[in-house]
Design a binder for this molecule. Structure first.
Ligand code: NAD
Length: 738
């Protein structure tokens, strides 16, 4: 038989080698055609007497990127169409559609012939679940090997047997962590967890797999035999009583019960482990179908899979611009940000000229890259040789003439207009005329910085987040005169360093910094309202933010917040309305020199990595009211509504122009409650009319900063949503997977 996605060759020993190699794709993914063909292949292997066993291998550098989630999106569309007229039928469509893969894998597992998977490179999601359904797995001993079940990160959980097989193969605690955190395993970890059976050099994979089969690999899994005992004991046993209550507590601590995907994952595991495999898989499928129908899963799939993929493929790149190959990059300022930018760019293969005021400062920037890369070597993610090659690409210097060959120069000097003006002029004097100049400023409007430039068309904002190595978002800012070519160069560069770009129009604080400041401000306003500090911080985390607003204030720096407040007061003059915020910041920053984490004291006291709330907060704010006088749900809403409302205002001002960028930017840039799908999805999920009503209620109760803007009021009146009214034009990203 011949297949589109697979090739089968049976050798003289009766071993069928099944090579998965999808045409016109760089990575194997699971789509409908793969599912159908796999099912036929299992029938073929099981039914052919001449075949003794089979090996599933990949014809690409990696095994598989997992399931194509656009498939699930299609299923959900069908569900929503049918839901109104036939809710039961609609739920059945989701259940049956979403368990097809699980049934194919179970057929493979119980077909009576042994299957071995040879694993190289990336092995994710449904690809990992296929490997787990096989009777043995051999991984290549290679730095590029990565195995994971990242479904929780897009609001789902592994629904093709992953939850059941992992928990029957691995240590309970490690297994739960692997599933709940969507962690990626390297070769050694996968082996020590028992998820792969052997690790051999890539060249020897086939030989080792064939040997396993010739040695008589058992085609019946332990859990399909009589007398099977779970490795971590039964759920209702003394061993289970030690483990499961703690697992539940950890789940609550980590998720605050915001993620239906994680919640039902735990259900599927606990209930499934009490059942024989076929029933356990059915239970898993039922919970999977339930999760799929939640708005959280739909929003997370849309933002964190579909939209992110579209932005990574440069959905916002001007169509008429030719591709640019950026080979050489200049970085001005080798401080905290500049050093990080130089490092990630050199890792992506660019030559980097790293300039600072003196050689010592420039060398320090390169040393930063060295120390980060050394950690990667220690963790086995990179070889000494690779590290040396990256470092070789970074040239620390004070000599601006070395910028002559650079295609792009990114400035990351002090946040000071005059310093920025000077370096812009010095750099432009050395740069070729077509090269693009970008500023990494966090707050200063790009158009005003471009006044220092001879070539404002080539001047753009490329705003990184700290730490540069970890943060995946880059905010590109268009100045008034920035050309489409400069935008194309910026986007091509961001693609080269494998980060996700959003493109915004110029304004003070752009998108992300502006919204982040409202979150911090709302925390301060709560303090002024008498909410206990610990309650404010918990409300932030329970709402799904990575840290509480006071913590974030400390990270960003309170003296900076004070500077912004003072500048606004100066700008507005008599129109400025003094509020409790001014008083709190003045007391902390001016009178007590509490600047935040950077000087070890802010709302928290810092000792090394430890921190605790500063007991003197009450000296500044007065005694808080009793916690019982506040409704925690309302506090959580205040924090999220304020950020979503500010986003809607920024959207109305056309600083943001694409709903995908608002959502993806909010999650990747400042960790806005990912389960909502982002700031605008949060409004859509609640319904615009309800959101506007909530804003009005908060305006009456907490002040005019909650007043809904005209765009929101009009949308509420017309019963419109952001994704309905501003549906993105390019919404056709195809597979790549999770
Ligand atoms: P930093 O103080 O760590 O580094 C600034 C570097 O610029 C220093 O090494 C300094 O010696 C160098 N420098 C100053 N004047 C110079 C000159 N005339 N010529 C060459 N080099 C000069 O600051 P940072 O935190 O890296 O911030 C740099 C820029 O990035 C600022 O505009 C800041 O607003 C922005 N930014 C910072 C963050 C953050 O979290 N730190 C995040 C995003 C953007």
């Amino acid at each position: 038989m011949s297949y589109t996605n697979f090739k089968i060759e049976t050798d003289a020993d009766g071993i069928a080698v099944i090579t998965w190699d999808m045409p016109e794709k760089s990575l194997n993914v699971i789509d409908m055609s793969v599912m159908d063909e796999l099912s036929q292949i299992v029938d073929q292997v099981a039914g052919d007497e001449a075949i003794k066993g089979a090996i599933i291998t990949s014809g690409k550098s990696g095994f598989s990127g997992g399931a194509d989630l656009t498939m699930l999106e299609g299923l959900l569309k069908e569900y929503h169409v049918k839901k109104g007229s036939d809710p039961e039928g609609a739920a059945k469509i989701v259940f049956e559609g979403s368990r097809k893969l699980s049934l194919v894998y179970r057929k493979l597992e119980t077909c009576g012939k042994p299957f071995v998977a040879t694993l190289t490179g990336v092995c994710m999601g449904g690809g990992t679940e296929l490997a787990l359904a096989c009777h043995a797995r051999i991984a290549a001993d290679d730095d590029s090997f990565k195995m994971g079940l990242p479904e929780v990160k897009v609001g789902l959980f592994p629904g093709a047997g992953g939850t059941q097989r992992v928990m029957r193969m691995a240590d309970g605690q490690q297994g739960m962590q692997f599933l709940l955190q969507g962690k990626t395993l390297r070769t050694k970890q996968a082996k020590s967890m028992g998820l792969v059976d052997d690790v051999v050099p890539a060249k020897k994979l086939m030989e080792a797999a064939k040997k396993l089969l010739k040695d008589g690999l058992d085609p019946v899994k332990a859990w399909d035999k009589k007398g099977y005992k779970l490795p971590n004991g039964k759920i209702y046993s003394p061993q289970g009583f030690q483990f499961w209550p703690a697992a539940n507590a950890i789940y609550r601590r980590e998720t605050h019960d915001n993620y239906p995907g994680a919640r039902y994952l735990l259900h599927a595991v606990v209930e499934g482990l009490q059942l024989p495999m076929d029933l356990a898989l059915q239970v898993e499928s039922r919970y999977f179908a339930k999760v799929l129908q939640t708005p959280e899963a739909a929003n997370m799939i849309r933002s964190l899979f579909i939209s992110m993929q579209e932005l990574n493929k440069l959905a916002r790149r001007p169509l008429d611009q030719r591709p640019n190959k950026i080979k050489k990059l200049g970085v001005l300022g080798a401080g905290f940000m500049g050093a990080g930018i130089a490092n990630v760019s050199a890792q992506a293969g660019l030559s980097v000229v790293l300039i600072d005021r003196d050689q010592e400062a420039a060398d320090k920037g390169k040393a930063h890259a060295d120390s980060i890369l050394s950690k990667s070597v220690q963790r086995g993610h990179m070889s000494e040789d690779q590290k040396a090659k990256v470092l070789e690409r970074i040239t620390p210097t004070t000599d601006y003439d070395q910028l002559a060959e650079c295609d792009l120069v990114i400035e990351a000097v002090f946040e000071d207009r005059e310093v920025k003006r000077q370096v812009t002029q010095k750099a432009e004097a050395a740069m070729k005329s077509r090269a693009v100049y970008a500023s990494n400023t966090s707050t200063l409007p790009i158009s005003s910085l471009a006044e220092a430039s001879e070539r404002p068309k080539n001047f753009i904002g490329i705003h990184f987040f700290s730490p540069v190595e970890k943060m995946m978002l880059v905010e590109v800012i268009m100045g008034k005169k920035t050309s489409d070519r400069a935008l194309a160069v910026a986007l091509d560069y961001i693609k080269t360093i494998k980060k996700t770009p959003i493109v915004v129009n110029d304004s003070r604080g752009f998108y992300t910094s502006r919204v982040v400041m409202t979150y911090i401000r709302e925390g301060l306003m709560m303090l002024a309202d008498g909410v206990p500090a610990a309650m404010i911080e918990n409300a932030g985390k329970m709402a799904g933010m990575p840290v509480g607003p006071l913590s974030l204030g400390d990270e960003v720096a309170l003296d900076l917040a004070w500077k912004i407040v003072s500048a606004t007061r100066k700008d507005l003059g008599v129109k400025y309305v003094e509020g409790p915020l001014d008083n709190i910041l003045e007391e902390l920053v001016v009178k007590r020199e509490r600047f935040g984490r950077k000087n070890g004291k802010g709302f928290y006291d810092y000792k090394g990595k430890d921190k605790s709330l500063w007991p003197g907060i009450t000296d500044v704010t007065g005694q808080p009211k009793p916690a019982e006088s506040f409704n925690i749900e309302e506090l959580k809403q205040r924090l999220l509504v304020m950020q979503a409302l500010e986003t809607a205002r920024i959207f109305e001002e056309k600083c943001l122009t694409d709903v995908r960028e608002a959502d993806v930017g909010s999650i990747l840039g400042f960790g806005f409650a990912p389960y909502t799908g982002g700031t605008l999805s949060y409004i859509d999920m609640m319904g615009t009319a309800e959101f506007v009503e909530l804003c009005k209620k908060f305006t009456r109760k907490w002040g005019p900063r909650f007043k809904p803007n005209k765009l929101l009021r009009d949308m509420a009146k017309n019963n419109e949503s952001f994704y309905g009214k501003f549906a993105p034009e390019n919404n056709s990203a195809t597979s790549q997977a999770a």
